[in-house]
Design a protein around this ligand. Structure first.
Ligand code: ARG
Length: 664
């Protein structure tokens, strides 16, 4: 695709010679990006739809533009004669000989399978996973981790320099909460026996008390006020005089329905909140604690503030608890097979925060407002707070210090933040501030993602109360994979997997299923977490891809063929039948697929590609006998296609952080 676009750009530049005044070659070459894979094989392999907009620009009929473009195109080494269709579509069909040559190259390229490195490598810093370590990790962290890890691998495969940095929250209010919890509610014996569950319990307890106090003090009254307001609105609308005009009448009725809907939603919300409060109050122990520790949220904040100001006791507690918190986090990463180049958490930046605020003030970018230090940004109502009235620094301040540090240390061209969409306002303001601050030729990108939902359509929650939340989730996927795998294997006349092989495969399939489900959904949308769907053997799932890969490889075992022996330089590949050609073409699309992933930071292009590739392979397998091919030459060629398919699937899955399985 890159090659085709290059040729198009050259031909487009030539059109500028007889273009109307004021249209330069540089205005035309970008239209080369409109060369895209065809939606339908009828229209060739690739299609260019640029003649229509170009016709407008040049004041000529699109078909004429297309014809002119075709005659300027130098493509005959790559493509058959281009065809102009309909209003001016240019259809391109790659020459079989050219395809076969590229496949030979890919086959011989053990490492990259024909994917060449970008001409201008960039340096990327990838900020992903980044959990707050004093509280239990949740399913959203898998999302950030899986997407970030896949992007890092894809960008590296394209020849970029990538630095991964896990920006953990190891210094924030969560620590104040466990310190407060420790000081008042600790069970020393439990802490000594196994620290993390006890720390999680303390976190949850303080959090729960705080939530309910907040709900009672402000949450419920605020909802009640909103309801009163909504009731007033409904009453007003009901009392409004009838309209003589039909259209207006309809509009009024619609407004009333909307207002009633809002009122009903608010009432439901209030009922939910009251129910929660009632359940809380019914718990005598919790109610007693809540009464004994009023405004626990503020007390926890005070503990955080003491930690930050160097209070000896709190710093000692922080140092004592942190390693345990990091250990549970690392266990998850080991299980997921994810590593980071750096883990520079918020605490690392503590001493770098004051200078940031000073610098912003010195440059007149930040100023005092109501005792706080703020950056006022165009287009934003709320200012970006970098220091609170009480002198505390914020999440924002740390992120600014982090940008500065990363720039000094690594000089990246881009920093990507793989973080939940709910933080989009924070990142908008952060990026705007960073630009004002002088980092204006740095690409800053919030690679945001949607929420993981449960079957009930609400944010997915791991079984509450258990400290092993996220680990339990992985365990369950692996257990289910083991069950499916064993049932399938036991149903065979002769089971093919040993107990150990089943365990090993189940681990790869279970973890792969969770990652793949996450990556296969467009990251910007929400998706429903569902074990049955993600573990299905059919459809766009990890299990299907792993199965496809194992199936392709099984040909070599059955035929007693050493795949590596097929990869000789100049190894010939025949593309005589439609299915062979379609498979060959798909195999060569790995390169453009990775480029797409790198262009919009969406790994789902790669899952979709792998799924297509597996389908092309199935069609090929159905129509083209491999081990029983008509001739030895054809057999070798087809085995080469199989080898390249297996390696492409394996490579693609590998870039998604998913391991393959020898047999399943
Ligand atoms: N620790 C944060 C959280 O859990 C995410 C941090 C994302 N990275 C960043 N540089 N802000 O919400």
């Amino acid at each position: 695709l890159a090659e085709l676009r290059g040729r198009f750009a050259a031909a487009l530049a030539a059109l500028a010679d007889d273009a109307p005044q004021g249209v330069a070659a540089a205005d035309l070459t970008p239209f080369a990006d409109m060369v895209l894979p065809s939606q339908d094989a009828k229209f060739g392999d690739y299609q260019a739809n640029c003649a229509m907009p170009l016709g407008k620009k040049l004041g000529k009929p699109p078909r004429d533009v297309a014809a002119q473009l075709v005659s300027a195109l130098k493509l005959n080494d790559i493509c058959d004669e281009p065809e102009v269709a309909g209003p001016g579509f240019i259809n391109l069909r790659l020459r079989d000989a050219w395809l076969a040559e590229r496949l030979t190259e890919a086959l011989g390229d053990t490492e990259n399978l024909g994917v060449s490195a970008v001409a201008e490598p960039r340096t990327y810093v990838l900020d992903y996973s980044s959990p707050n370590v004093a509280k239990p990790m949740h399913v959203g962290h898998i999302r950030s981790t899986a997407i970030g890890d896949a992007l890092a691998k894809v960008l590296r495969a394209l020849g970029h320099r990538v630095i991964t940095d896990n920006h953990i929250g190891d210094w924030g209010t969560q620590f104040g909460m466990i310190i407060y919890g420790y000081k008042h509610f600790v069970d020393e014996a439990a802490l000594a026996a196994d620290a993390v569950p006890e720390l999680s319990r303390l976190y949850r307890l303080v959090n729960q008390i705080g939530d309910h106090q907040q709900l009672a003090a402000t949450g419920v009254p605020a909802l009640e006020a909103k309801i009163a307001e909504a009731e007033g609105r409904v009453a007003d609308l009901q009392a409004a005089p009838a309209q003589d005009d039909k259209k207006k009448e309809k509009q009024a009725a619609k407004k009333l329905r909307q207002a009633e809907g809002q009122l009903a939603d608010l009432r439901k919300e209030l009922a939910g909140a009251q129910e929660k409060l009632a359940a809380f109050e019914a718990d005598a122990e919790l109610s007693r604690l809540a009464a004994e520790h009023p405004a626990i949220g503020a007390s926890a904040l005070a503990e955080t503030a003491k930690l930050h100001s160097g209070d000896e006791e709190n710093v000692a507690l922080w140092e004592r608890f942190l390693p345990d918190c990091l250990e549970v986090m690392d266990e998850i990463y080991r299980r997921l097979g994810v590593t980071f180049d750096h883990t520079l958490g918020e605490s690392f930046y503590h001493d770098r925060l004051a200078p940031v605020v000073e610098d912003l003030q010195a440059k007149n970018l930040a100023r005092e407002s109501d005792g706080a230090i703020c950056v006022f940004l165009d287009g934003h109502d709320a200012p970006f707070l970098v220091r609170k009235k009480d002198g505390a620094f914020l999440y924002a301040t740390t992120d600014l210090a982090t940008i500065r540090y990363r720039m000094e240390e690594w000089r990246p061209d881009a920093i990507l933040y793989v973080v939940d969409h709910r933080q989009s306002l924070h990142f908008e303001q952060l990026f705007a501030t960073a630009r004002l601050w002088g980092f204006d030729d740095l690409e800053l990108e919030h690679v945001s993602f949607g929420t993981v939902l449960g079957d009930d359509g609400r944010p997915f929650k791991t079984r509450s109360g258990s400290a092993v939340g996220l680990m339990g989730l992985l365990d369950e996927a692996v257990e289910r994979a083991h069950k499916i795998l064993s049932e399938n294997d036991d149903a065979r006349p002769e089971p093919m997997l040993s107990a150990d092989e089943r365990l090993e495969a189940a681990e790869r399939i279970g973890i792969g299923a969770i990652k793949y489900a996450d990556l296969a959904h467009n990251r910007t949308s929400d998706y429903t977490f569902n074990y049955d769907k993600m573990l299905a053997m059919n459809g766009n799932t990890a299990a299907y891809m792993q199965y496809s890969c194992a199936r392709v490889k099984s040909i070599f075992t059955r035929g007693g063929v050493d795949a590596a022996s097929l990869r000789t330089p100049g190894a010939e590949i025949v593309l005589d039948s439609l299915a062979e050609r379609a498979l060959g073409l798909e195999l060569l699309r790995l390169s453009e697929t990775l480029a797409r992933v790198a262009a919009d930071y969406k790994p789902n292009h790669l899952t979709a590609y792998l799924f297509d590739l597996a389908s092309r392979y199935s069609e090929f397998f159905e129509h083209c006998p491999v081990l029983k091919a008509e001739s030895e030459e054809l057999k070798t060629s087809r085995l080469r296609l199989c080898d390249l398919t297996a390696r492409t699937l394996e490579r693609g899955l590998g870039l998604l952080g998913i391991e393959t399985v020898a047999r399943m």
